[in-house]
Design a protein around this ligand. Structure first.
Ligand code: GLV
Ligand code: MN
Ligand code: MN
Length: 402
């Protein structure tokens, strides 16, 4: 453990307390009772934007919502722009820090700036990173770099209109000002920093991911009268395939694969399932390993479907290659972080992976107590938030020379 990791903080304790209290306040703004859930452009997102927007305004920033639903605040200063931020949407029954922390930390940094800078700072609360509402992740960040495809825009347009925005204006959400770079603070969402006793880490690269909806179609029939050998049971086929997914991931080094969502028809206890739609999420830092795994899983799905006289359909909703972050910006981040700060690969996806091919991007991870994320028990430690604020301050100052 590097002692210097704990000696750099030069931020009043008050700041981390405010940051954590604000994240917890936002966790109570939710579309579900008894937990946190804010999908893309939901009623809770509207309330969240009002609260976060008010903090941004109080920090002296000019606030707007672009047509992709991103909450954006500018502090003017010069011809180039340093972008800070992360996402404000959440998974269902989420914790209070995934994404949100990156936005709230950025606001605290701007609040504490008491002098002009020769560049703009823009804070972006991205509207949709998780992909919950439409099974399409990264809508907000893709709009910022102009890579939202027509089909996605068609799918999301009614939600955008319902929120009071104009989907025809999505192209205007694209960043036009010359970017200095994008810095995203984010919880690690895993156990590495905690198990090493370290507060923060610098992300070198973000693992690629494939997401798909995989549908098995059979035939509904009576549970009491249909002999086993005459059934076309979509759920039994899907269950067999889920085991194949878990087996492949467990036996391929560093591969992770998840079936996290299931929808079945008719979903009745005494009826054989006619149709099962499963989500598939496959990740690896090596794109070849991920692509080969997806091909193998598709093949095993086809074999299972054939054996069981089912139909299989496979619809990919995301093919995201693994992304290296910007070396120069990452060097600038390392230069203001404690000596020996760990470099790491992110297994989770982040808005930075969408921005990185277009805007120099860097990420700082904060330790996740218990390695827990996408869960109400998600947390951060005040001393780690202090350290991140301290690094953020120095980073912003260092951008004068970048
Ligand atoms: C985003 O949280 C992801 O699924 O990686
Ligand atoms: Mn997440
Ligand atoms: Mn996140």
């Amino acid at each position: 453990m590097n002692q210097d990791l704990f000696t750099i903080a030069d931020v009043p304790k008050q700041d981390s307390q405010t940051v954590i209290a604000r994240c917890r306040e936002l966790a109570s703004i939710s579309d579900m009772s008894g937990g946190t859930f804010r999908p893309f452009l939901s009623p809770a997102m509207k309330r969240c934007y009002e609260v976060v927007g008010a903090w941004m305004k109080a920090a002296g920033m000019h606030v707007r919502i672009d047509a992709a639903g991103n909450l954006r605040a500018i502090r003017h200063g010069g011809n180039r722009v340093l972008i800070l931020g992360s996402h404000l949407d959440t998974v269902r029954d989420a914790g209070g820090f995934d994404g949100i922390l990156g936005v709230i930390l950025a606001i605290a940094l701007v609040e504490n700036l008491d002098h002009p800078l020769p560049f703009d700072i823009e804070i972006i609360g991205f509207s949709e990173e998780e992909g919950v509402r439409f099974s399409i992740p990264f809508i907000g960040s893709r709009a910022l770099v102009g890579t939202l495809d027509e089909q996605t825009v068609c799918t999301i347009a009614p939600a955008i209109r319902e929120f009071g925005l104009d989907p025809a204006q999505i192209p205007a959400a694209k960043l036009t000002k010359l970017p200095l770079g994008f810095l995203e603070f984010h919880i690690e969402q895993g156990p590495i920093l905690e198990s090493a006793g370290e507060s923060v880490g610098i992300v070198d690269a973000i693992a690629g991911q494939t997401r798909a909806t995989v549908k098995f179609t059979g035939s509904a029939n009576h549970a009491g009268t249909t002999p086993m050998h005459l059934r076309r049971d979509a759920l039994a086929g899907a269950a067999q395939w889920i085991s194949a997914v878990e087996f492949l991931a467990s036996t391929t080094p560093h591969l992770v694969a998840t079936n996290g969502k299931i929808e079945l028809q008719p979903n009745v206890g005494n009826v054989i399932a006619a149709e099962v739609a499963l989500s598939l999420d496959v990740r690896h830092s090596d794109d070849n390993v991920r692509e080969n795994a997806c091909a193998a899983l598709r093949e095993s799905g086809n074999q299972i479907a054939e054996q069981r006289k089912l139909k299989l359909s496979w619809t990919e909703t995301l093919q995201q290659k693994s992304v290296p972050l910007d070396q120069s910006l990452t060097r600038a981040l390392a230069a203001v972080a404690p000596a020996g700060t760990r470099r790491m690969t992110s297994g989770a996806g982040h808005d930075a992976m969408i921005l990185a091919p277009y805007i120099p991007s860097a990420m700082l991870f904060l330790r996740s107590p218990g390695g827990i994320s996408h869960h109400p028990a998600e947390n951060v430690l005040p001393e780690d938030v202090d350290l991140a604020l301290s690094i953020g301050r120095r980073f912003i100052e260092s951008m004068r020379e970048f």
